[in-house]
Design a binder for this molecule. Sequence first.
Ligand SMILES: Nc1ncnc2c1ncn2[C@@H]1O[C@H](COP(=O)(O)OP(=O)(O)OP(=O)(O)O)[C@@H](O)[C@H]1O
Ligand SMILES: [Mg+2]
Length: 268
Amino acid sequence: MDAKKKSHIVVWGNAKGGVGKSTLALHFALQCMYEKLSVACFDADGDQGTLFRSIENRRQYCKQQNFSLPVPEIVRFCPSAYETAELSIKDLDLLLQTLENFDVIVIDTQGSDTPLGRYVHQKSSVLVSPITESPLDLDLFVNIREIQEQSHLTLPFGSYAHMVWEQRLNKASQAQEHLEWVVVRNRISHQISRTQLHMEKILKSLAPRVGFHIGPSIGDRSIFRELFSYGLTVMDRDGLTTLAHITARQEIKSMTQYILSLLKKNKY
Ligand SMILES: Nc1ncnc2c1ncn2[C@@H]1O[C@H](COP(=O)(O)OP(=O)(O)OP(=O)(O)O)[C@@H](O)[C@H]1O
Ligand SMILES: [Mg+2]
């Protein structure tokens, strides 16, 4: 990417659980590898270890089937193994330093607000937050009831958006670097619903005010769930050419290109 070697840190975060952080982090990492970037994955949700296990499944599958597929480097980090947040942050920094030579470091996080989670958000060049089509997910960005019921001069930030802003300010003051924030709508249903249109409208109006971009969205496709036990991604199997598979692959490519373009724009 840039002439000067520096890792680009892409963090997958959202205070809401089960929105697709680990699934999309894995797909992003693999698509970057297919685009000839060197990638290291860092599972900061190591107690659950979804990203770590996906990549281990992939390694095993390739070995058993004698396949030669790209497998990213993976570090599993278990926050619960540390007595204090300070110790975990210190260790996390040391581990990240060992990955400095990779083009991209993909960090998967846990869906809860912890000092370590906050620190990881601060380290990101680009933060990607998947959300599903539920107003419940949006409530962590902005108080959804208040914006529907009243017109506000000040935006009633939800807890997650508040936390991201704090980390943005910390990053700007400590490293003089900007944190780009992208929201990716995940598990979009094929059938357009009223909720879907409502979410779209609210997101569009919030984006410039809360300070996030709306990235390309990803459909709800069972292929994402089916591939997990093999650690495979929709980009891997060229032989599979169902319409759902081709569309899913295109969506992941668009999402990846969007994130990489933000890294390039900011010359991280
Ligand atoms: N686009 C999609 N289509 C269909 N299923 C999906 C999609 N994205 C994710 N899933 C499924 O949704 C579930 C939750 O995904 P995932 O574990 O990636 O979320 P998460 O945000 O990392 O959750 P956690 O907060 O628990 O770490 C999984 O069963 C996953 O296979
Ligand atoms: Mg996860």
